[in-house]
Design a protein around this ligand. Structure first.
Ligand code: CTP
Length: 407
């Protein structure tokens, strides 16, 4: 499933090759893509919307609004939703309209509204394909940054032989996958992430824990996996689920367990992001039986846990990136920077409990990234997913910097 999570608008135009679009759609769906089919009026003469809606699991969009109930098909929403618009087959007429912005159907309005990349698989007779008008239109589309999947050479519907046949559906699917892979900046990189709280057992029914929800760590793990990285997520007990198949989840309970796994995994990794709220202390003695209520005070003696981030900082090589978090309540910058040095981190991500919307349990965060030279990059309050995207962008930059300083 190499297209999981990808939103694709598949545009169909009036060509005999439209029948191949059914195979193309099936191929995209099989790879996990979510596909919205948009058909021009002419496309419906060649293949029925029923076939395409059954295969995509969504109503086909074709008119600006539904004649039955007046539902408005917003080309703007579709253009914003899409990660890619793939027009296959694309006739000479559609290519011409795209080149000149002639918006007389829903597909062209969607094309003009879209912010995402566009792929076009032309299909037509060889003379039409080679005509200077069509070639000039294709050149205009290339100049817009649109990607053209060159038609193949072979027998054409007209009975002639030449260039103009829409590329085979399975090859177009591979082109789409290749396109998304190129955008993945962390392919072949391996990251270790810690997330969530740790629970330190007192007796069979009690533990010392904290309010960490794990949301920030899971969001970073998802973003790294979306960027193509292999991710090992060592997580304390949380209520959230990972969704990306590129993430290997290792559930743990205590700081001690988290430490063991991290020490084993880190030497193989290109970097680690330590998001877990690890308990700093754990009961010195665990009571095998439930501690009964008495009249006296109960004294539980705690011993320090190992500092996982600091330990990884000790064994870190020059090529590895180690990132920690600091949740502070006062003297935030100074405390975070001294933590970075103490733990030998490359970056520390500060969030202050004094900022509304930052910290435990909430869906938002406000961070400052501090580096080894005490450069501080401030970010606005954002959703944890957006914060994770900012952090991953910085990770990509830091790895590039490390790679170029090694040369
Ligand atoms: N950390 C860790 N192992 C620990 C404690 C902390 O890996 N036993 C990591 C956290 O995941 C975080 C960073 O170290 O990335 C800073 O955690 P924090 O709790 O803020 O720091 P402490 O060293 O515990 O310092 P203090 O509690 O005194 O602020």
């Amino acid at each position: 499933m190499r297209l999981t999570g990808k939103h694709i608008v598949l545009g169909l135009t009036g060509s005999i090759a439209a029948y191949k679009a059914a195979y193309l759609l099936r191929g995209l769906i099989k790879e996990g893509a979510e596909v919205q089919v948009v058909m021009t009026p002419a496309a419906k003469e060649f293949i029925t919307p029923v076939t395409m809606s059954a295969l995509s699991g969504k109503p086909v969009a074709s008119d600006f609004f539904s004649a039955n109930d007046g539902t408005w098909y917003s080309h703007v929403d579709m253009g914003q939703w899409a990660d890619l618009i793939l027009i296959a087959p694309a006739t000479a007429a559609t290519i011409g309209k795209m080149a000149h912005g002639i918006c007389d159907n829903l597909l062209i309005t969607t094309y003009l509204s879209a912010k995402c990349p566009i792929m076009i698989a032309p299909a037509m007779d060889m003379d039409m394909f080679m005509h200077p008008a069509n070639q000039a239109n294709l050149a205009i589309l290339r100049s817009f940054g649109n990607l053209i999947i060159e038609p193949g050479e072979g027998e054409l519907a007209s009975g002639l032989y030449g260039k103009g046949r829409m590329e085979e559906p399975e090859i177009i699917v591979e082109e789409v996958i290749k396109f998304f892979d190129q955008k993945k900046k962390l392919l072949n990189k391996h990251f270790l992430i810690t997330a969530g709280p740790t629970f330190e057992k007192i007796d069979p029914v009690r533990f010392i824990g904290n309010y960490s929800s794990g949301k920030m760590g899971y969001a970073i793990a998802e973003e790294l996996a979306n960027a193509g990285a292999k991710v090992t997520l060592v997580s304390g007990p949380v209520q959230i689920k990972k969704t990306n198949s590129g993430i290997k989840l290792i559930p743990v309970e205590s700081a001690g367990e988290m430490y063991q796994h991290c020490l084993r995994i880190f030497p193989e990794a290109d970097g680690a992001v330590m998001c877990a709220a690890v308990a700093d202390f754990t009961p010195e003695n665990y009571s095998e039986s439930k501690i009964k209520r008495g009249n006296d005070d109960l004294l539980i003696r705690l011993k320090p846990t190992s500092d996982i981030a600091a330990q990884l900082g000790q064994i870190k090589s020059d090529r590895q990136l180690l990132i920690g978090f600091a949740l502070e309540t006062h003297d935030e910058m100074a405390n975070a920077f001294s933590k970075l040095n103490r733990k030998n981190l490359d970056l520390i991500i500060l969030n202050s409990l004094n900022d509304r919307g930052a910290g435990f349990g909430v869906d938002t965060n406000k961070i400052t990234i501090i580096d080894r030279d005490n450069n501080q990059t401030f970010f606005e309050l954002k959703s944890k997913t957006e914060v994770a995207a900012d952090i991953v962008e910085r990770i990509v930059q830091e790895l590039d910097r490390k790679a170029s300083s090694e040369k």
